[in-house]
Write a protein that binds this ligand. Structure first.
Ligand SMILES: NC(=O)c1ccc[n+]([C@@H]2O[C@H](COP(=O)([O-])OP(=O)(O)OC[C@H]3O[C@@H](n4cnc5c(N)ncnc54)[C@H](OP(=O)(O)O)[C@@H]3O)[C@@H](O)[C@H]2O)c1
Length: 252
């Protein structure tokens, strides 16, 4: 199966690393000739399309990774055909807008994150499409949503992924300022977040029970949590999620 990628920027370069890592032949991937397309084609042996129409003719599956504002314009007027799949990673661009611009191709929305380059992206998918399985499993673990409203709400996780990295940076900067050697502080804080995520993901127990095991009454975790709650952190966190969902719905 030939995969074409329209929009070779930050996300696409992470996805291409994941595909190479999973053993997908570079020659079966065609890149659009903008952004990092020419450089990555020269470096790794991907095919380079003459233009987006050439790419759509050559690919059975096309992955769209241009900025959301460019998505519909990038699709219009290309030689889409029945049986082809367009997988769009463009945040907030609905199936209806993509379908209108890329008819008669079948439309799938996906939301991978850059951890795909480690094979660790929990990639959102709507609707579930077996033909995409080899690609999505290279990115990490597919998470299929039942309808587009759920897909949109779940997409907030892609922003939370960035906030988690920002929290790791804040924690490491704080530890560095408190005297911990900077490289050790960075590794420690990153692994602490990985450990917290793995415990919640891999244990059956309710999160409240997991927390009860670590929040000792009168202890350090409880003291810090009380400070975060008094400072309004839970409300601020929910508020940030609301801001992202409104933006995804085009309401801000
Ligand atoms: N970055 C992430 O971690 C992430 C995660 C999940 C989803 N996404 C989604 O992925 C999309 C891309 O994000 P990004 O961060 O990778 O953006 P980016 O780095 O700005 O890359 C977008 C690329 O699209 C190219 N482009 C624009 N119009 C084009 C067209 N008509 N034909 C071919 N190429 C075109 C741009 O080329 P020029 O430089 O020549 O303009 C640029 O190289 C967004 O819709 C975003 O919502 C991103």
């Amino acid at each position: 199966m030939t995969l074409g990628i329209v929009g070779v920027g930050h996300l696409a370069s992470a996805l291409l690393k994941s595909l190479l890592r999973a053993g997908h032949p570079a020659g079966q991937i065609v890149l659009s000739p903008r952004g990092q397309g020419p450089e990555l084609a020269a470096r790794h042996g991907f095919a380079l399309a003459g233009d987006n129409a050439d790419l759509v003719r050559r690919a059975e599956t096309v992955l769209l990774a241009v900025r959301p504002a460019d998505a519909v314009a990038a699709l219009r007027g290309l030689p889409w055909r029945r049986g082809q799949t367009l997988a769009s990673a463009c945040a907030g661009v609905p199936v209806a807008a993509l379908a209108e611009a890329a008819a008669p191709a079948g439309i799938v929305r996906i939301m991978p994150i850059t951890a795909a380059e480690l094979g660790a992206s929990p990639t959102l998918v709507y609707p579930g499409t077996p033909a995409l399985a080899p690609i999505l499993s290279a990115f990490g673990t597919p998470v299929v949503l039942d309808d587009e409203a759920q897909f949109e709400a779940a997409t907030v996780s892609a922003a939370i992924y960035g906030w988690a990295q920002a929290l790791i940076r804040e924690s490491a900067d704080w530890a560095g300022a408190a005297g911990v050697q900077p490289e050790a502080a960075r590794a420690l804080m990153a692994r602490t977040f990985v450990a917290a995520g793995r415990m919640v993901d891999e244990q059956e127990a309710p999160v409240d029970d997991l927390l009860a095991r670590v929040v000792t009454p009168g202890g350090i975790t409880e003291a810090g949590l009380a400070h975060l709650e008094a400072a309004g952190t839970p409300e601020a966190w929910h508020g940030a999620c609301d801001v992202v969902l409104r933006k995804l719905h085009g309401r801000s």
